[in-house]
Design a protein around this ligand. Structure first.
Ligand code: ASP
Length: 326
């Protein structure tokens, strides 16, 4: 059996569980009305980010709303210079420029995003300001930077000596290959549930290391890197953004959960949608993390090595995700 057949076979069961769109709507309405609010607070984040996730979890315990908690949580990694995939210290593009992407979405379905922003560290907070203070959803590039400065953000040099050295080393070959599970895949997607049972999420990244200038991935794209529907659940993505965008991954997961799938099964099905388009074994990583209104959590990835951080009842755990390839 070749690999393609194997994948088709192993996922046949899952795909046939999918129901027609009309059924999804009626099932969805039923499941929404029967959902009881989960008022136990929790925070989940892609990858091993104990400090960021704990910060969010504690903010929730302190009574902060989910949207405030996600922004506080991811801010930790945005200013963590050791994290070369988010915020200050993030890897630059091919021209040596660090440009950041982020988005947020709250329990009312409101959202904000900033794309390709230079010199501003806390881009998730900035995306929240776009949501709250402008009539728009997305601000990009120069406009986003100008808006940040008007809001009182201090422009900073985001390229650290370490990232600069790594880029200079990369320039010697300039060979652009998305690598699996190394430092160019580490976006933080975070979802929080607050004590009113409301869900919000944030996604923040410096994008793929040594991307083309102007390249924007899935992370700041509502529906791709992040999606929240407070009646159903939420999902976040990390990995090769181009593949997530092509399948509108996070929105897909929420819609699959609306149709009755668990967060786990919905993440598996969304990964499968990507694999269906691939010939042979993909050499890239995509990983999803999702939660529903019952507080269930699921995660799944193409390649091994993905994990997520889960804070609940004062316990912060790093949980390995299952994957297609072991
Ligand atoms: N999803 C991000 C992007 O494509 C990369 C990542 O997750 O590290 O920009």
């Amino acid at each position: 059996m070749n690999r393609r057949n194997f994948l088709n076979k192993s996922y046949l069961g899952l795909s046939t569980m999918l129901v027609a769109p009309e059924t999804i709507t009626s099932l969805g309405n039923k499941s929404i009305s029967s959902i009881s609010k989960n008022s136990e607070t929790y925070a989940i984040s892609t990858w091993s980010v104990p400090e960021a996730n704990m910060k969010a979890g504690r903010a929730l315990e302190g009574g902060f709303s989910a949207i405030e908690a996600v922004v506080k949580g991811v801010a930790y990694e945005e200013s963590n210079l050791l994290n070369t995939t988010v915020g200050k210290g993030g890897a630059p593009d091919r021209d040596g420029v660090v440009s950041l992407d982020a988005c947020v979405m709250n329990h009312t379905g409101d959202c904000g995003a900033v794309l390709a922003v230079e010199n501003i560290t806390h881009v998730a907070a900035l995306a929240k300001e776009v949501m709250e203070k402008t009539p728009h959803v997305i601000l990009a590039g120069k406009g986003a930077r100008q808006f940040a400065i008007k809001q009182g953000y201090k422009p900073e040099n985001l390229l650290t000596e370490k990232s600069k050295k790594a880029w200079e080393k990369w320039l010697k070959n300039g060979n652009y290959q998305p690598e699996i599970n190394v430092e160019n895949h580490d976006t933080i997607g975070m979802i929080c549930c607050d004590n009113s049972g409301n869900l919000s999420g944030a996604c923040t990244t410096s994008g793929l290391a040594y991307k083309m200038s102007g390249r924007v991935g899935d992370s700041p794209i509502i529906g791709s890197g992040l999606y929240i529907d407070n009646n159903v659940g939420g999902a976040v993505a990390t990995g090769l953004g181009e593949e997530v965008i092509k399948t509108v991954g996070s929105f897909l997961i929420v819609e699959l959960m609306r149709g009755g799938l668990s967060p786990q099964k919905a993440c598996e099905e969304a990964v499968n949608r990507i694999l269906e388009k691939q010939k042979g074994k993909p050499n890239f990583q995509v990983a999803y993390l999702a939660t529903n209104k019952n507080g269930e959590v699921g995660a799944f990835s193409i390649q091994k090595g993905f994990s997520y951080t889960f804070y609940k009842n004062k316990l912060n755990k790093n949980i390995p995700s299952n994957s297609i390839y072991k």
